[in-house]
Design a protein around this ligand. Structure first.
Ligand code: FMN
Length: 268
């Protein structure tokens, strides 16, 4: 097993079924960030190691409770105990491996690559009554059909962040080419009801605003969020959805486009 203390805010457990190796891989990162990451998984040892909490490892493995995994994990802990690698608190000693190279593209290179990616545009809504909030995203993506999950990414400075975290529900309204003024008010108005002045919104006290003429309105409960770099991933379990056949809005190279059916080719 290897626990990776990334420099993008996430701590992940790799190779959960490898019980013959245990170490901690550390990306180059500010000391304060590293100390916070270590506090999530255990405590610092005196020399070049960390004492890992077995219950944290079980949680991170995604296999806790599975008989075969539990048997392998118990064997690994017993082997560590025999070698005096388990301390009085029951934590296990793991070596540190420092990754020294972390070559990445520049922000300009990143943006150029992402501008080449065509994407749909959606208006995410949350809250109810007078306390509503919304944002435009192009990061909405399908995750899983069983259970039905979608997700999107929100910048840490977005005014939408606190509303999503407080409400725990959202509607992803997939926009059509007819929704340009709706998109403009979402992008220019203050966060709150003012963003919903354009468009055929169904505003009620029961659920977040639903755009009645959206290509799809997908009503979700937030079931998971993860911080990744400057963004937080929101994963929603779909409770209800409605679909309308319309022309979509497509975002590409910092512009929005209509989709024209010059050539239509079915996949598979
Ligand atoms: C086409 C388009 C797609 C966008 N996609 C995202 C996105 O996926 N995630 C995100 O955080 N912001 C995205 N933004 C930026 C937000 O819509 C918004 O402008 C930004 O979060 C600032 O919002 P605020 O004024 O509510 O803080 C996108 C903007 C546009 C124009």
């Amino acid at each position: 097993m290897r626990i990776h203390l990334t420099n993008l805010g996430a701590v992940t457990l790799l190779e959960p079924n490898n019980f013959r190796q245990l170490d901690v891989l550390i990306d180059p990162q500010p000391e304060e960030q590293l100390h916070q990451a270590v506090a999530r998984i255990g405590t610092w040892g005196e020399d070049d190691h960390i004492w890992l909490s077995p219950s944290v490892m079980r949680f991170m493995s995604d296999h806790g409770g599975e008989p075969a995994w539990e048997a392998g994990f118990a064997k690994m802990l017993a082997y560590a105990d025999e070698h005096d690698w388990v301390n009085a608190e029951g934590n296990v000693r793991a070596h540190l491996v420092y990754s020294d190279s972390d070559e990445v593209v520049t922000q300009d290179e990143f943006k150029a690559a992402m501008r080449a990616l065509p994407a749909g545009v959606s208006a995410i809504s949350t809250g109810r009554g007078d306390d509503v909030a919304g944002m435009i995203v192009s990061s909405l993506t399908s995750i899983s059909a069983e259970p039905p999950l979608i997700g999107f990414f929100v910048h840490e400075n977005s005014s939408m962040m606190e509303h999503l975290l407080a409400n725990g529900t959202f509607v992803a309204n997939v926009l059509g080419s007819c929704h340009t003024s709706l998109m403009a008010s979402f992008l220019s108005e203050q966060q709150g009801p003012a963003r919903f002045k354009h468009g055929d919104w169904q505003l009620g006290s029961e659920r977040p605003p639903v755009l009645t003429d959206a290509l799809a309105s997908i009503e979700c409960d937030i079931v998971n969020t993860t911080i990744l770099g400057t963004h937080r991933l929101f994963v929603g379990k779909i409770r209800k959805s409605t679909v309308k056949e319309k022309e979509p809005m497509v975002h590409f190279n910092a512009c929005t486009y209509r989709l024209q059916n010059h050539e239509e080719k079915a996949i598979a």
